[in-house]
Write a protein that binds this ligand. Sequence first.
Ligand SMILES: O=P(O)(O)OC[C@H]1O[C@H](O)[C@H](O)[C@@H](O)[C@@H]1O
Length: 544
Amino acid sequence: MTEKLTDLPQWKALEAHHAEFDKVNLRELFDTDPGRAERYFAQAGDLSVDYSKHLVSDETLRLLLDLAKARGVFELRDRMFAGEKVNLTEDRAVLHVALRAPATERIEVDGEDVVPAVHEVLHRMSAFASRVRSGEWTGATGKRIKTVVNIGIGGSDLGPAMAYEALRAYTKRDMQFRFVSNVDGADLYEATQDLDPEETLFVVSSKTFTTVETITNATSAKKWLLAGLGGDEAAIAKHFVAVSTNDKAVAEFGIDTENMFGFWDWVGGRYSYDSAIGLSLMIAIGPERFEEMLGGFHTVDQHFRTAPAERNLPLLMGLIGLWYRDFWDAQTLAVLPYSHYLSKFTAYLQQLDMESNGKSTRRDGEPVEWETGPIVWGTPGTNGQHAYYQLIHQGTALIPADFIGFDRAIEGTDPFGQQDALMANFFAQTEALAFGKTREQVQAEGVPAAQVPHRTFRGNHPTTTLTAPRLTPSVLGQLVALYEHKVFVQGAVWDIDSFDQWGVELGKVLAKKIEPELSSGGELHHDSSTNAAIERYRGDRAAK
Ligand SMILES: O=P(O)(O)OC[C@H]1O[C@H](O)[C@H](O)[C@@H](O)[C@@H]1O
């Protein structure tokens, strides 16, 4: 059994340090340390991270690194990269890093090198994506495919949907791409109501191929297609492909396993969009761009694996996040991308982070006695500035925030030159959050006395400034890998299994039980609140 985190001398040292540090503010830290911005800066690939606007000192960082060392974070990292079964509760290896390993690398699971199989699937995906893009692959009536509809949920939706949006500027513009996830029939309805079945390809993405939402939507999509194509079952082979680890279930569903792209149980759903789960994305951006993206992931994998602790970005970001979560009681992390293309990035991170580290049981089964994963939230700047930034600036909660921005717009996407207006806000917000505006400054502006307290900004709000030259497929891969490994670092220190997700099961099981009850009218055996709610639903349902 590993030693309890809060009993470690390194933890206690951080507690004592926090008690002292509590009184320090960012203004002072910058005033007394001119080298701060230069020192608290690190790079990985194209990503530059300035972490100087955090409530940390050299001593904080030293203590946090000591804690990571005491917790064996790098040992666990090496075991993950070596294909050991670090997902304890599911007894599985955790090898999303193998999905972007070059063909020359060797990574073994149970004595077998998995890299050749990864590249074999990538080749099949590339061949298929190229055929769809060129029009060589046609629908059953010989028409070329104009729309690809990805059906999946969770990791089988958020990743490809986020990356499609992020890389939209690189997509094949004469095709359309849609992502259907919700079991609410409106999702599939809206995605298909203006489509021609003859020109539509469904990519059914599900690691398990048992997820109710996905199977329900895929079954309905099949009905929609058959209704549109005169009921010809043979048409399915030209309009449905599957991405899954479960060939048996794919075949049972009626998709030829010839048209299936596989992956492996050592790829977690939320770590999977660089596997075959990215097929719809690959059709959208083309195999070469997809490969560039994988290269970006690999760059940061290598960084995480080899960069010294003091410069290791996933390690630093993980530890700084933990500092706020455990010692400052910050409950949330805002992730604020200043790029419209990253509009789904934070939603994607919510699954990555919250499904990984939203745990309260240690790896040995005992309850944790410290805080674990934060609530991750946020939307692209500048929109959030006109909505909820008020609370970040002047509310009572401490909300550390990651600001993500780019030096240049993607070529051709800013024809009227608005990038400076966007990035001026990016820089302004982190400056305002850190340094605020003192009472004296407000008074000196001649503000009426009664308004002074309301117009004062206490500042001292910590932010990370993460920038890259431009949002490219490679940079997107780098960003995602950075957050993947950051989440890993935190889970390792917190001593939780970041790679299972038992917390999603209970609701699924209950929904299965309740669904037939909604139409049956039989006696209900839930609590009184649930019984009454179902009765009301039954009444309204019958009235329609
Ligand atoms: O890909 P699938 O097997 O359909 O799973 C889809 C999603 O649903 C599950 O409930 C898990 O919580 C997610 O981690 C997973 O990504």
